[in-house]
Design a protein around this ligand. Structure first.
Ligand code: FAD
Length: 469
């Protein structure tokens, strides 16, 4: 029997069985009644800490962490940082004031700020996989100014806001802002009066000579530390974070109802949760549910990390200043250094972009060719493996000092491309109680955290949504 008003997450309709949004469906008991009685209302952890000592809390966290470490290798590969945070296991509540779908930078930032602004409200973050399995745990970690579409009306200073948020939430992100090099292939060297261009420290071979065109504001963070810092800030402020809890369908009634499938150590619980308001921060997934299926294109993009380079190698390739970089012409290439002196390089998309370079890649052809779910891809096989081989070959040809460099990590991650490269930040067309925040076009490290705070303010009616969202 179809349930009126229910929208499923992508690819889930066919697998959709026993959803508690349907009337009178029994659910398996996940956590003992005694435990559930203590914590089921999800309203902060003040009662919780009186009943569970810090010692017990840490022991639970270590146990879950230990289980997480014996996971299978991820089909998208592994980035060179880890997310050493597992939320405290707690039973799913029946009702919350705010449900946040998606445990990436956007969702975690919103959760932390909601609880800081309104400690009396209950906040629940539902993450379908492990924290960091989306873009935020797989990102390159370049903190960039503005949006992929440049500055937008009323946006404010993203980098200054990002810095302030990290400080306020005590996130040890290892943020450095030395500026970012924009590299180009047609940069005039000899006649140029601009010293940055004239004396470019970069001279790489990649479909022409790549040189520095200019320096723009920005820098880098350690994405693993940002994830851990935001998740800790949200949980310490009293938000409940639940991993392996997929919102499989949503009923856009008032209040909205979420059909959640929670996998806790192999035991499945299906539960309906009512929420006063919902933030959909699901990025490249669940596009049906967020209403973005027709207006955005999900892609997988790729990166690799070299073994640590010597100081002489870094100087030879022109990265002695440790500035991150990206190209302003095609083929695209971006990169940055790690603290260990390893270098990350990134490029490539699957499904590949088939249209003209200057046009937004939406159209019958790209939609038809795109698989419905990026999880279909495996970086060890097919198009993804081809893209990574292509990236590695480009890196080895950039400079003689990189020719025989050892590659230690290969991985991919999701990005969401939107029309005019603008982030989507608006009320859901089907419900005033639901806000959608996604679509940073590969430019979301600083922006997602910044707009996550704005989303918290909008949910609490402290601030209007932007005109461009
Ligand atoms: C390889 C790579 C390199 C990048 N490099 C940079 C860079 O250098 N600089 C930059 O600015 N940006 C970069 N980006 C982009 C940036 O990482 C993202 O814009 C940002 O992390 C998005 O955060 P998010 O929280 O919106 O999305 P995500 O981190 O993807 O989080 C969304 C979460 O929602 C969960 N979810 C989805 N559907 C459901 C559901 N139905 N129920 C429950 N949970 C659900 C997903 O599992 C996921 O964890 C890069 C991205 C990639 C992939």
């Amino acid at each position: 029997m179809a349930f009126p008003g229910v929208v499923s997450s992508p690819g889930e309709r066919s697998r959709h069985r026993g959803c508690p949004l349907r009337p009178r469906v029994a659910t398996k008991k996940l956590i003992s009644r005694r435990h559930e009685n203590v914590i089921h209302d999800g309203r902060g952890d003040s009662r919780y800490t009186t009943l569970f000592s810090l010692h017990q809390r840490n022991a639970m966290r270590r146990k879950v962490q230990c289980n997480a470490e014996i996971r299978k290798p991820h089909p998208w590969g592994t980035p060179p940082w880890s997310i050493d945070f597992r939320p405290i296991p707690r039973a799913l509540p029946d009702f919350v004031d705010f449900a946040i779908v998606g445990g990436g930078f956007s969702g975690l930032s919103a959760a932390a700020w909601l609880r800081r602004f309104a400690p009396e409200k209950s906040v629940l973050v539902l993450e379908s996989a492990s924290l960091g399995d989306g873009a935020s745990g797989r990102t390159g970690g370049m903190a960039l100014a503005e949006t992929a579409a440049g500055d937008l009306p009323g946006l404010g200073d993203v980098l200054a806001g990002y810095k302030k948020i990290l400080r306020a939430l005590h996130v040890d992100a290892r943020l450095t802002l030395p500026g970012v090099w924009e590299l180009g292939r047609s940069v005039q060297a000899t006649k140029d009066s601009d010293p940055v261009r004239k004396h470019s420290l970069i001279s790489w071979n990649d479909s022409g000579e790549l040189r520095v065109a200019r320096i723009v504001p920005g820098g880098t963070v350690d994405p693993g530390r940002v994830m851990v810092g935001l998740a800790s800030a949200a949980e310490d402020a009293g938000a409940q974070i639940v991993e392996h809890a997929e919102v499989r369908a949503m009923d856009f009634s008032n209040p909205p109802r979420l059909c959640v499938r929670h996998n806790f150590r192999g035991r499945i619980q299906e539960k309906e949760i009512r929420a006063g308001q919902v933030l959909l921060a699901t990025n490249a997934f669940s596009l049906e549910m967020s209403g973005m299926r027709a207006a955005a294109v999900p892609k997988l993009t790729f990166a690799l990390a070299t073994a640590p380079l010597s100081a002489a190698q870094l100087r030879a390739i022109g990265l002695g200043s440790r500035r991150p970089f990206y190209t302003i012409d095609l083929p695209y290439l971006w990169g940055r250094l790690l603290e260990s002196n390893a270098v990350i390089f990134g490029a490539g998309l699957v499904p590949p972009y088939l249209g003209a370079p200057s046009r937004f890649p939406l159209g019958d052809r790209s939609i038809k060719n795109a698989p419905r779910d990026l999880r279909y891809y495996d970086v060890r096989r097919g198009q993804s493996a081809d893209r990574l081989r292509w990236l590695e070959s480009r890196v080895r040809h950039l400079h003689p000092a990189l020719e025989s460099v050892r590659i230690t990590h290969h991985w991919g991650g999701p990005i969401l491309l939107t029309e005019k490269m603008r982030p989507v930040f608006r009320r859901h067309p089907r419900s005033e109680q639901v806000i959608v925040l996604a679509g940073y076009n590969g430019h979301g490290v600083a922006l997602s955290v910044y707009l996550g705070k704005w989303a918290a303010e909008a949910l609490l009616a402290r601030r209007a949504l932007p005109s461009w969202g």
